[in-house]
Design a protein around this ligand. Structure first.
Ligand SMILES: Cc1cc2nc3c(=O)[nH]c(=O)nc-3n(C[C@H](O)[C@H](O)[C@H](O)COP(=O)(O)OP(=O)(O)OC[C@H]3O[C@@H](n4cnc5c(N)ncnc54)[C@H](O)[C@@H]3O)c2cc1C
Length: 463
């Protein structure tokens, strides 16, 4: 604590010396920082980049390090408290733990977040379903939080952490990483300003410039789908407290309703690009009608699949899906809340090199069907902070490749199985070819009726 205080005082002096009265700067600020050296530069102030900035600054062994956070967007504005934002995330237990340790969770809880007590995932073609609830039924399986609220609460923390400089409207245009002639990582902004650092972090999302400069391979594919998001009002009576997350797998992609309040939910409807555009253009009443139909419409089942499933039910004590619940009907669409985002998969062949490391979507991008993208990114933040602290504690520099490789190994172990699982689910569900329908129906049934298997999946996805 004393160390942190000392660092903050030192940084205050540093700020005064450099003539900056406020540490959130825009690119039009003076040139005082040209060729300034930082210990760490984080390119990208999205959810993952900002959380790393807070995490490094709050870590006792890293508190003396000077961090620069570069974000190409204008300064973050306080989100509206009247309307709910259409961009939300299902945050798992580990991510809540991270946000708590960064002192950011209290603020989120004091404003709003919605615990999910149950989840129902079902297949539109076979009707097979799986239900998730915490073994202790009074515990949540995840929490739905608006992305802007997470950012607001992290930026609030940064206001008190003077060892982090935040520069908005500061797009990283290019960078040089340590090679024979270059000793330290160097970055050049769009404005022409240049900085150097011991460690450059690529938190600049799926099209990361840092990743390109690291010259690592990036395995990327487009799902040729878009995620249509919106804020919806449900039939309050049918929603009954609205604490269930619903996801129905349609042949065109999954449609999910995530609870926000007792009668509001957030939509993530993954569908082909043409259909997504059509959904955005539709009159609100037509959109609601289409959405309710997506949840309730009966699909023609395949007689062979039906026959096989009945035989399996007879031969094995798997039981029938008597528990399939009907989701609440959508009644209204919050004005102006519809938007769509392209969906893709991406994975960098390496997360680190001399003088640089990748975190979040810059390293790995997944389909939102399992609500894991930012949770994986928060996992990177936890591990990278732990390993950099370890490096500094043992007298090593931040760009020590042995430590960076340790971060990579640990995160590959955690990220790859989840990414492969999500991609496999996307492929398995995005078609109505009978062998695929049969495989997934059996998979769902067996998992739903095998508690240890279900617990395993819950722990992997929600831990
Ligand atoms: C529809 C949808 C629903 C989702 N739902 C969930 C969910 O429920 N749960 C979950 O865990 N995940 C979810 N995700 C995934 C999640 O949103 C992402 O994984 C997460 O936002 C990635 O955060 P990030 O900070 O790594 O990258 P980004 O959010 O892409 O942030 C990158 C930041 O870097 C900035 N930047 C980019 N280039 C530069 C540059 N050159 N210089 C400076 N700054 C730059 C950008 O402006 C941006 O602010 C969802 C995704 C979608 C599309």
């Amino acid at each position: 604590m004393a160390k942190l205080l000392k660092t903050n005082i030192l940084n205050r002096v540093f700020c005064q010396y450099n003539n900056c009265s406020y540490k959130f700067l825009s690119s039009t600020a003076s040139n005082d920082y040209q060729k300034q050296h930082y210990d760490v530069i984080i390119a990208g102030g999205g959810l993952v980049g900002v959380s790393l900035a807070v995490s490094l600054a709050q870590s006792e062994s890293l508190a003396e390090k000077k961090v620069l956070l570069l974000e190409s967007a204008p300064a973050f504005k306080q989100p509206s408290k009247e309307k709910y934002s259409n961009r939300v995330s299902a945050i798992n237990k580990q991510s809540i733990g991270l946000l708590k340790s960064l002192n950011a969770w209290n603020h989120i809880e004091s404003i709003r977040c919605k615990p999910v007590m149950q989840m129902q995932v079902w297949d539109a073609i076979s009707g097979e379903a799986i239900h998730f609830n915490h073994p202790n039924f009074s515990d949540q399986v995840a929490c739905i939080v608006e992305n802007d609220l997470i950012l607001e609460s992290l930026y609030k923390q940064l206001e008190n952490l003077l060892n982090v400089q935040v520069r908005n409207e500061s797009r990283l245009e290019s960078c040089k990483l340590p090679k024979d002639d270059v000793k330290k990582s160097e970055v050049t902004l769009k404005s022409g300003e240049q900085f150097s650092c011991d460690l450059l972090i690529g938190a600049d999302g799926a099209n990361s410039i840092v990743r390109q400069k690291m010259e690592v391979n990036n395995f990327a594919l487009s799902y040729k789908q878009m995620g249509v998001v919106a804020t919806l009002e449900l039939d309050a009576e049918e929603a009954a407290g609205n604490s269930v997350a619903w996801q129905r797998f349609l042949p065109t992609g999954p449609v999910a309703l995530l609870p926000l309040t007792d009668k509001l939910s957030s939509l993530v409807w993954s569908t082909n690009v043409e259909h997504a555009k059509e959904l955005l253009r539709m009159e609100p009443e037509m959109f609601i009608e289409n959405l309710n139909e997506a949840y309730l419409k009966s699909y023609k089942t395949n007689s062979l699949v039906d026959k096989f499933m009945k035989t399996a039910e007879g031969a094995f004590p798997l039981g029938r899906n008597k528990m399939l619940q009907v989701p609440p009907r959508v009644k209204n669409l919050q004005e102006g809340s519809r938007a769509a985002f392209p969906l893709g998969f991406g994975h960098a062949s390496s997360y680190v090199c001399r003088g640089a490391a990748l975190i979040g979507d810059a390293a790995h991008r997944v389909h939102p069907l399992a609500g894991q993208g930012v949770n994986l990114g928060f996992g990177d933040v936890l591990k990278l902070t732990e390993i950099l602290s370890e490096a500094v504690y043992s007298g090593s520099s931040l760009d020590n490749i042995q430590y960076l490789l340790k971060y990579e190994q640990e995160r590959l172990k955690a990220n790859v199985p989840i990414m492969v699982g999500i991609h496999a689910l996307q492929q398995l569900y995005c078609n109505d070819f009978p062998p695929f329908v049969l495989a997934r129906s059996l998979g769902l049934k067996i998992t739903n009726f095998t508690p240890p298997l279900k617990k395993f999946f819950m722990e992997k996805a929600l831990a």
